[in-house]
Design a protein around this ligand. Structure first.
Ligand SMILES: Cc1cc2nc3c(=O)[nH]c(=O)nc-3n(C[C@H](O)[C@H](O)[C@H](O)COP(=O)(O)OP(=O)(O)OC[C@H]3O[C@@H](n4cnc5c(N)ncnc54)[C@H](O)[C@@H]3O)c2cc1C
Length: 371
């Protein structure tokens, strides 16, 4: 069966596909988002929800992408609450970058005075000031940098918020709907094949996380996205929790509105294996206890693994897939897909409606041609 055309089909209902769906619907494009499982239950569910900024050269395109997206969230959060009825629990909580030794303290202190953080709002705090801010931290912490602009969201609500808002604007969001191929006429992609039907569209966007490479490969196109596993734990502290994002060593602790703490995150090359291994849980607990010793007694609410969509340069691929008309990609957001979802949705909607936003050019998948 072939169904009548929509203007755009988005393959993948993770945070990236759902944001694109929302921004396309907002731009008046007749949009369908197709998700083979349930909305936002892959990497977008397992993430930590940290929204950090980048310092350094403000004209660097990746820095611009990150900082514009963070800025967008301040308006997007109330906009999505209104448009979807879902509270994404956005909060500007700040982040503490901790020094675990005197040597690290000297390095971090120097970075705030003359290094990468000198022009930012980042502020050096000595050991006493750090513990005043976060009393549950380990006594051995030697100091830290406080970055007030860092925010957090509940990523487990974000994909659904985009999806519901898109639906209210007229988009169709279909779960349990797997795309198994493309409808082609010559070099034009004119839709997608599902198990029992074909859906037609002027534009097809592949936003299927680490599975984007597999979908593109069926057309002989090279979209170099690979899975990078990450595990996170949700811990319910006994007694006092933390207020800021805490980063020390490779460990990250993120407070949630319900008083729980996200603790993570591993970075593992494990192909498409998305199991939570016992070793990952042990590693995260060891790291978490170095930061906040009382987390040893916390209740383990859940453990989740997700496959981050990694790219060769850790930056996303956004825009047209070379060699085809009507085929686009938005993937490879690696460790920042929650943060970059806002700007990705906006840029992809502008790209598809023909507005040619400048920034997107720097992220074209053509940069890996011949790689
Ligand atoms: C442990 C961990 C911590 C993280 N922490 C952060 C953080 O603090 N901040 C941040 O910004 N980012 C973070 N990230 C990264 C972020 O989660 C990812 O970059 C982001 O979720 C990628 O979103 P996505 O939509 O591209 O992919 P996914 O969430 O994987 O979604 C892709 C979707 O496509 C669907 N799909 C695949 N194939 C098909 C098909 N053929 N047909 C239909 N549907 C299909 C899948 O079922 C899936 O739902 C973290 C990730 C992990 C794993």
């Amino acid at each position: 069966m072939t169904s009548a055309g929509t203007d755009a089909i988005v393959i993948g209902g993770g945070v990236i596909g759902c944001s694109i769906g929302y921004h396309l619907a907002k731009a008046g494009v007749n949009t369908t988002v197709l998700e083979r499982d349930e909305i936002g239950m892959a990497a977008s569910n397992a993430a930590s929800g940290i929204l950090s900024s980048l310092f350094g050269n403000p004209t660097d395109p990746y820095t611009q992408l990150v900082n514009s997206s963070l800025k967008m969230f301040h308006e997007l959060a109330p906009e999505l609450a209104e448009a979807s009825g879902v509270d994404i629990e956005f909060a500007q909580c700040g982040e503490l970058e901790l020094a675990l030794s005197e040597e690290e303290a000297q390095m971090l202190h120097a970075a705030t005075v003359e290094g990468e953080w000198r022009s930012s709002e980042a502020q050096w705090l000595d050991a006493e000031a750090v513990r005043e801010m976060e009393p549950m931290l380990n006594d051995r912490i030697a100091g830290g940098i406080f970055m007030p602009e860092v925010c957090r969201v509940n990523n487990q609500r974000l994909s659904a918020a985009y999806a519901r808002a898109a639906e209210r604007l007229g988009a169709s969001v279909r779960e349990h709907t797997e795309v198994i191929g493309m409808v082609r006429s010559g070099l034009r992609i004119s839709g997608v094949r599902l198990h029992n039907e074909e859906l037609l569209a002027d534009h097809v966007v592949i936003a299927a996380g680490p599975w984007s490479s597999i979908i593109a490969e069926k057309l002989g196109s090279h979209v170099p996205v690979r899975p990078v596993r990450g595990v996170n734990l949700n811990l319910q502290p006994v007694g006092r929790s933390i207020q800021t994002v805490v980063h020390g060593g490779w460990g990250l602790l993120v407070p949630r509105n319900d008083g729980s703490v996200i603790a993570g995150a591993t970075v593992e090359e494990a192909d498409y294996d998305d199991r939570v291994t016992a070793g990952a849980v042990q590693d995260i607990m060891n790291m978490s206890e170095v930061l906040v010793p009382s987390l040893r007694d916390a209740r383990l609410n859940w453990a989740l693994a997700g496959l981050r969509p990694g790219s060769p340069d850790d930056a996303p691929m956004l825009g047209a897939i070379p060699g085809w008309q009507g085929l686009h990609v938005a993937s490879g957001h690696y460790r920042s897909g929650i943060l970059l979802s806002a700007i990705t949705g906006k840029l992809m909607a502008e790209h598809i409606t023909g507005a040619k936003p400048d920034l997107i050019e720097h992220f074209s998948p053509t940069r890996f041609r011949g790689a």
